[in-house]
Design a protein around this ligand. Structure first.
Ligand SMILES: CC(C)(COP(=O)(O)OP(=O)(O)OC[C@H]1O[C@@H](n2cnc3c(N)ncnc32)[C@H](O)[C@@H]1OP(=O)(O)O)[C@@H](O)C(=O)NCCC(=O)NCCS
Length: 176
């Protein structure tokens, strides 16, 4: 299996929406479930087109042939007071877990953020999502606190760990 990586384009919109439904239905660790996100293909295409040109925000894909098997999103802001920050998100289809795809997507997001002059990366991860937390720690992220009751799912609340990576504090991410 050879996985390839590239930025998402408008033409990926329909497949990406289907991918998000699939990955949302496989895990309770995301902010959406099997219904995916409430965008039409046209809205998603417009978003991807905008992100493909943005200096601070980008959608990345991992592909097995033509099939989307992972995605990652870097989100920045035009607000001058927030321009130094980016927030990150990453997902991989369950059948492809443990093959280094999440790691490669993290590396692409960190490199893109560095190149764009970002100083601080942030993310929220369900406090019991040990697999994702191990991935983030591998790239130097550390937790600065817990947001209690962040998610509510089937009547039960879940905390998230809030994690950051200060890109000014290290020359390269810690991959030990
Ligand atoms: C979290 C996720 C993106 C990881 O993707 P992946 O492709 O499996 O990641 P990798 O194969 O690159 O493994 C990354 C790291 O995860 C950790 N890891 C792997 N398997 C693990 C396990 N069984 N238990 C704990 N940590 C594990 C390791 O630190 C690993 O790095 P290493 O192999 O260098 O030691 C993927 O599991 C996923 O999409 N989960 C559902 C969605 C999700 O939780 N997204 C994060 C929301 S905040």
């Amino acid at each position: 299996m050879r996985i390839t990586y590239r930025s998402a384009e408008a033409a990926d919109a329909a497949q990406l929406l289907e991918y998000l439904k699939a990955v949302g239905g496989e895990t309770d660790n995301l902010t959406f479930g099997a219904a995916g996100i409430p965008f039409t293909p046209e809205q998603e295409a417009a978003l991807l087109e905008r992100l493909a040109k943005s200096p601070h925000s980008r959608f990345f894909l991992a592909l097995d042939g033509e099939k989307i098997v992972g995605n990652a999103c870097v989100n920045g802001s035009d607000n001058p007071r927030f321009r130094h920050r980016r927030s990150l998100a990453v997902t991989v289809l369950r059948a492809y877990w443990g093959r280094g795809i999440g790691s490669r997507l993290m590396e692409q997001m960190i490199a893109f953020s560095r190149e764009g002059g970002a100083e601080l990366l942030s993310l929220e991860v369900r406090a019991d999502n040990e697999r994702a937390k191990a991935l983030y720690r591998k790239y130097g992220f550390s937790s600065y606190g817990t947001f209690p009751k962040y998610f509510k799912l089937d009547g039960r609340c879940y905390d998230v760990d809030c994690m950051t990576l200060d890109l000014t504090a290290q020359a390269q991410p810690d991959r030990s």
